[in-house]
Each structure stands twice: as C-alpha cells, then as structure tokens.
Design a protein around this ligand. Structure first.
Ligand SMILES: Cc1ncc(COP(=O)(O)O)c(C=O)c1O
Length: 439
C-alpha cells in the first residue's frame, strides 16, 4: 500500500478541521461554549473542539472565521466564484426558470428514481449525454453526490482505486463509502501510477481533468493509456473543464478524443453551469443497477423542475459560448503571465484557477486582507481543502472580466508584492528546485 497521504481538496468550503496544534492537550483549556438553548455539549465533544480548533481559531485566525473577509463593495472585483462563462442572470436562463415556476403545477418532490423515461429529468439527461458524447447520464443533486454515489457503487472492497493525491474530496469520500482501498499516486504523475498498478492489480483510476485548487491540467491522454494498458477502468471529474474547454464546451475528454475510452465522466453543474446539480456518465447497461444501489439517488430528493429547466437552458447557452470561452482563455494567459513576471509562483497550474499559495494560514490571511483592501476578492482555502501548510488565496477568472478590471488586479498584485513577498513562499522554493532539476 502507498505511504503517500492524500491532500484532500474541497472546493466550495474551506472549513476548519486540521490536526491538533502542538502543545494543546485534549484536556487543556477546554473552552466554555455558551449554549443559549438546549442541553450542553458532551465533555468529549468539547475536548475535541479544544484540541482541534481552538488555538487555530484564536491564534491563527484572530477569532474570526477564516474564509470571512471584508464585505465586497459594489466595485469589488470578484475572483471567488466558479461561474467561468458569466452565465448568471442570462435572460434566457432566468426566463426558462420563471416559465417553469409559473406553468408547472404538478411537481412531486421525490427521489429521482421515480422519474419516468420522458420526464424533464430524463430529457435533460439525454441532452447532457448527447453533448458530452456518452452513452448515458444520471443527474444528481450536486457534483459531490455524483462522485459519492457513483464510486459507492462501481468500487467495492475488492477494487483497488488509484487516485491522484490532489483529487477532489468527494472522490475520496466515494472511495471510502465503497469500502475500497485508496492507493494515492503522486499528483499528475503517470509514471508513478504505472508503477503502482502492477502491485495491487487492475482496478479503477480516478483523476480530475483540471484540479480545483491549483488549476493544474491532468495529463489525461497518458492517464487513460495507462489505465487501458493495465486493464483498469478510469473516472475523470470534469467539473472545472466542462463548459470551458473543448468543442462547444464539451470538456477535455472530448477535446482530446478520449470520451470513448473513459468509463465515467463526472461533473458539478455549479461551475460553468452556475447551477446547483451534478451528473455522471455511464454505459447505459449500468443505469438501472446504479439507480438501484446509489444511495444519494435513492435516499435524497431530486432537483426541482424549475432547476432542471434552468440547467437545460444553460446547456444551450454554453454550447454557443465560444466567444466567452475564448475570452476566458485570453484572461487566463494574460493574468498568469503577468503574475509570473511579478514573482508569484503559480507554475503548478495553467488554467482559469490560480492559486496564490502563501503557505501558512497567517500569511494567507495577510495576503487576503491586502488584496481585499484594494478591492480584489479571491477565496481563502485552508485545511482540509489544502494540506496544512499549503493554505492559499484562490483566484478564479471569468469571461466577463474587463480590461480595466484585469489592469487593476495586475496593479494590485504589483503593489502588494513587496509586502507579501511571493518569491519567499515555500512553493516558490519547491518550484525553483523542480526547474533546476529539469534544466
Ligand atoms: C472537482 C470537483 N468535483 C466535485 C465538486 C463538488 O461539486 P458541488 O459543489 O456541485 O457539490 C467540486 C466543487 O467543489 C469540484 O471542484
């Protein structure tokens, strides 16, 4: 079994649950948590909170929740969302939702396993499958439940799962739910994956197409080849490439002609779709088996009809969004180039997500405050969204950013560089070592 410990990423919430700070024993300084109502918490739970959280909260975060900075003003430049093609508020999408809310009077709130062939859910699944180029699609309530519900079924305790160490948390949780053993391979390292599979046998390879904290691109053609050569199935999470990459936004598997060689594509529809849903692809023969065994589909209610109407309209908008995709790509190249010139170590990524990895939580909050004081808002990511000493401010770009806004972001990055000293971050040293090793 591998000795690599996974660095677990979540995208949406950078919550607080790192290891116990050194010097804090389970019984030391148990905080009095005032409970205005109801019974008090157990001593055991209080001790855990004291051990895992208190020093972090007060000493590193200054007694304020770590992801909560300033309230953005009207002129704030928001680089903290995932609406990459800026479709929120598109009148076609809004109208589709309104029409559905006005006209649809026979909604039954129930689990999607009750939805019949030909229902709006099913029609949208067919449209998604057609777009992505897959046999069949199962719509889920979120990207998280798509990964969880799929992995829970297609892996089992006899299935070795080879998973990139930076894969999204929902993929790790899916492996856990399946009872399979996770064998973490080094991030984006096909050679390491190839060496690992013969040790444990054929199973399932799990990767993200674009990594959610760093914007690193997966070497998908190599990964797919290795999976195929070793008799493994492969799952690709396309949450950060669907809509933004590939012909008509069909994603990276489509762009690289890999769709027919990939067993499962999963995606959140809370990124370029700017909605609140997810899906996975599968061979049609698996459909009813999955519907019979995938717990989130069975035991949790489905999306509502107006949400599906909105998503179906968004799919049409995204298909025709080549201009927006082009702009997003231009913004990405432009900002990455300028930040690199200014000494920000961002070479571990290449796509529309840019990680400013200050390292410690204290330095990351100082970076966040410096950016926000000048009107630039990114998102703070700390453990468990990153490894403990690899906290970051994540900037996500979108197609609607104007030249003036990009100029401002660049000017701010230049102004604060002498203060936040990005060339001294631990990641800068690591990247320097890698460059000299490959030179
Ligand atoms: C790669 C990846 N997969 C899955 C998810 C989960 O998506 P959702 O927010 O729709 O649950 C996210 C978002 O955090 C993600 O970045």
């Amino acid at each position: 079994m591998t000795t690599l410990s996974p660095i677990r990423n979540i995208d949406s919430v950078a919550a607080a649950a790192g290891p116990a700070p050194t010097g804090v024993t389970p019984t030391a300084g148990v905080p009095k948590i005032p409970s205005a109502r109801g019974p008090g918490l157990s001593a055991h739970l209080r001790q855990r909170i004291a051990r895992d959280f208190h020093a972090r909260w007060s000493e590193e975060w200054g007694s304020k929740f770590v992801t909560h900075g300033r309230v953005p003003g009207r002129d704030a430049i928001r680089l903290d969302g995932n609406d990459y093609l800026a479709v929120t508020g598109d009148p076609r999408i809004v109208q589709a939702q309104i029409d559905n809310l006005r006209c649809n009077h026979d909604t039954v709130t129930q689990s999607s396993v009750f939805h019949l062939a030909g229902s709006p859910t099913h029609q949208f699944e067919v449209a998604l499958a057609d777009w992505v180029g897959a046999d069949s699609v199962l719509l889920c309530q979120s990207g998280y439940t798509a990964n969880l519900g799929l992995l829970q079924v297609v892996a089992d305790p006899q299935t070795p799962v080879y998973i990139d160490s930076l894969a999204h948390m929902s993929l790790w949780e899916g492996v856990r739910a399946s009872g399979a053993t996770a064998h973490a391979f080094r991030h984006n390292d096909p050679g390491h994956l190839a060496r690992m599979i013969p040790r444990h046998g054929p199973g399932l390879v799990v990767v993200d197409s674009v990594y959610s904290t760093t914007g690193a691109l997966c070497p998908l053609p190599e990964m797919v080849k290795i999976a195929q050569d070793h008799g493994c199935m492969i799952l690709v999470d396309e949450s950060h490439s669907l809509g933004t990459h590939g012909p008509q936004g069909r994603g990276l598997c489509a762009q690289w002609g890999l769709t027919d060689r990939v067993h499962f594509i999963t995606a959140s529809l809370a990124k370029a779709f700017a909605g609140r849903a997810g899906f996975f692809t599968m061979p049609e023969e698996l459909r009813y088996y999955l519907m019979c065994h995938s717990f989130p589909s069975i035991f949790s209610s489905s999306l509502l009809p107006h949400e599906i109407a909105g998503l179906a309209a968004t799919l049409q908008v995204l298909r025709g969004a080549d201009d927006a995709r082009g702009r997003l790509q231009q913004h990405t190249v432009r900002l990455r180039t300028r930040l690199t010139q200014l000494g920000y170590p961002i070479a571990h990524g290449s796509e529309q997500i840019i990680a400013l990895e200050a390292g410690s939580e204290v330095d990351t909050l100082a970076l966040r405050d410096a950016l926000e004081a000048r009107g630039v808002f990114g998102a703070v990511f700390v453990a468990p969204a990153t490894a403990r000493q690899r906290a970051m401010v994540r900037l996500t770009l979108n197609a609607a950013l104007t030249d003036a806004e990009l100029n401002h972001v660049e000017a701010v990055a230049a102004e604060i560089a002498p203060q936040v000293r990005p060339w001294e971050w631990a990641i800068a040293r690591r990247q320097g070592r890698q460059t000299s090793a490959t030179a």
